[in-house]
Design a protein around this ligand. Structure first.
Ligand code: NAG
Ligand code: NAG
Length: 464
């Protein structure tokens, strides 16, 4: 499905701008964080189950933590037009990084289009990073805290986990620090102000930093049994289609018949396509990448534990996974497996943010206390258009644009800004970057979210 599409350079966009004064005052600064550099042998301390400490950002540095979020960014070798969009986003990140001083990059997966890596010595491991670092040198010395994307899961996941568990000062192209120690893993930032673990006791209302849970949506979506979350009658038709040999006349006929039975509707905006896309993607993954049902259940139990710990510590509770729970994009739409298995846990566990990619657009929805961000617009593959019904009430903002997010958080405040790279001018511009042909593109703070922690520990959204 993806192969037919193009990585076109972005055209002018006309979307609404939200709370820009907040965005602009919150995001820009010239003071980098303490401990932003991550030298091997540094002082950083790992959370439970985390890897070589030298790979991680300093968990005790600063009163503020700043990081970037990007997804779906590692363009395939053979797709020069996608490499061009990857580079354009890299230049935009560099522009913002010089002012925002991120301590790390949170990478939402699909760093290794189209088929992951073959072994831990696969040249792609360095290549995709070097391509970005050549245009975003400020990000080259940072850890890239990562999750598995579906395209990453098409390849050798154990090779990714090995490469993601060790420092790579030996990398020929520079100091790429790809961090992916396990299929799911956690990291906590406590900040310099906190003497103990959790809320430290010196000012319980201030909260205890931020806790990150990195989840593996390959197994949540594709582990055997997960297909049971699909609508049974649609799934049965999809199975009939996928049973026929790829590219055969029988496959085409079965597809046409199934599409006719499931035309797009309000409750199923992508018709048959969403289920078809998920099921055929799962079949592209080797069995090992999809994990066993038990591993999936263990992950969910582990996540509930992580959320409990974050809540007990009054920490910002941030969950990152590749596939979105909700999406108003035309690439994937909502994921029923995540709606049923993941969303209730995030809601009950008091997660503040669920950061996802997969859908190649930028979106913000809010549901039962959890802010759902889609940030899969890193330029590694074609952008996905938005569904015509992208104005659904829970979707606050969406743009089919290239971009990324920048987050800045302290004990009492979390501010997230979404940056777009497009041809249009206007409010929110923080500068311009050139594409490979020398054409200028505007980098804009296009959307934002600010949460504040009150003295009683409750969290409120502030818009003004
Ligand atoms: C996956 O990568 C690991 C580590 O490089 C290697 O030992 C293994 O043989 C690879 N598996 C396959 C199926 O290629
Ligand atoms: C389903 O996918 C096909 C092939 O990618 C595309 O042409 C068609 O427009 C899609 N239909 C919907 C409703 O998204």
């Amino acid at each position: 499905m993806h192969r037919r599409d193009r990585c076109a350079l972005p055209l002018a966009l006309g979307f609404a701008l939200f709370a820009l004064h907040v965005l602009l005052s919150e995001t820009e600064t010239t003071t980098p964080l303490d401990g932003r550099a991550h030298a091997p042998g540094g002082r950083a301390r790992a959370a439970a189950g985390a890897p070589a400490p030298s790979l991680l950002p300093d968990a005790r540095a600063g009163d503020e933590l700043r990081f970037f979020v990007i997804g779906d960014w590692g363009a395939p070798r053979e797709r020069t037009e996608c490499k061009a969009t990857q580079r354009l986003v890299a230049r935009a990140m560099e522009l913002v990084a010089r002012r925002a001083g991120p301590a790390f990059v949170l990478s939402l997966g699909d760093a290794f289009y189209l088929n992951g890596v073959r072994s831990e010595h696969d040249g792609r491991l360095d290549e995709v990073f070097d391509e970005t670092f050549a245009h975003a040198p400020s990000l080259a010395a940072l850890p890239w805290l990562s999750v598995l994307g579906n395209h990453d899961c098409r390849g050798n996941v154990s090779a990714l986990l090995r490469a993601g568990s060790r420092p790579r000062a030996d990398a020929p192209g520079g100091s790429r620090a790809f961090v992916l120690p396990a299929r799911h893993w956690a990291w906590a930032w406590r900040g310099a102000g906190d003497a103990g673990g959790g809320n430290g006791g010196h000012d319980a209302g201030r909260g205890g930093g931020a806790r990150f849970a990195f989840v593996d949506t390959c197994s949540l979506v594709c582990a055997p049994g997960a297909e049971a979350f699909e609508e049974p009658s649609v799934l049965a038709d999809v199975e009939r289609v996928l049973r026929e040999p790829a590219r055969s006349a029988a496959r085409r006929a079965a597809l046409a018949a199934a599409e006719a039975r499931w035309p797009p509707s309000a409750s199923r905006p992508l018709g048959l396509n969403a289920t078809l896309g998920r099921q055929s993607e799962c079949r592209r993954m080797p069995a090992r990448s999809r994990a066993a049902p038990r591993a999936r259940d263990e992950q969910l139990a582990w996540l509930s534990e992580q959320l409990r710990a974050a809540r007990a510590a009054r920490a910002w509770s941030i969950v990152a996974g590749h596939s979105p729970i909700r999406s108003a994009g035309a690439g994937h739409g909502d994921y029923p497996q995540l709606l049923r298995a993941l969303a209730p846990r995030l809601q009950a566990g008091g997660a503040h943010l669920y950061l996802a990619g997969d859908e190649h657009s930028l979106q913000h929805a809010h549901e039962r206390g959890v802010h759902l961000l889609v940030l899969g617009a890193g330029g590694g593959l074609n952008l996905h258009p938005l569904q015509p019904a992208a104005r659904a009430p829970r979707v606050r903002w969406a743009a089919a644009a290239l971009g990324f997010a920048s987050v800045r958080l302290s004990a009492s405040r979390l501010a997230l800004s979404v940056y777009t790279v497009s041809r249009s001018d206007g409010a929110g511009s923080v500068g311009r970057v050139l594409d490979d042909a020398g054409e200028p593109h505007t980098v804009r703070a296009a959307h934002g979210l600010v949460l504040e922690r009150r003295a009683d520990g409750s969290v409120e959204e502030v818009w003004r």
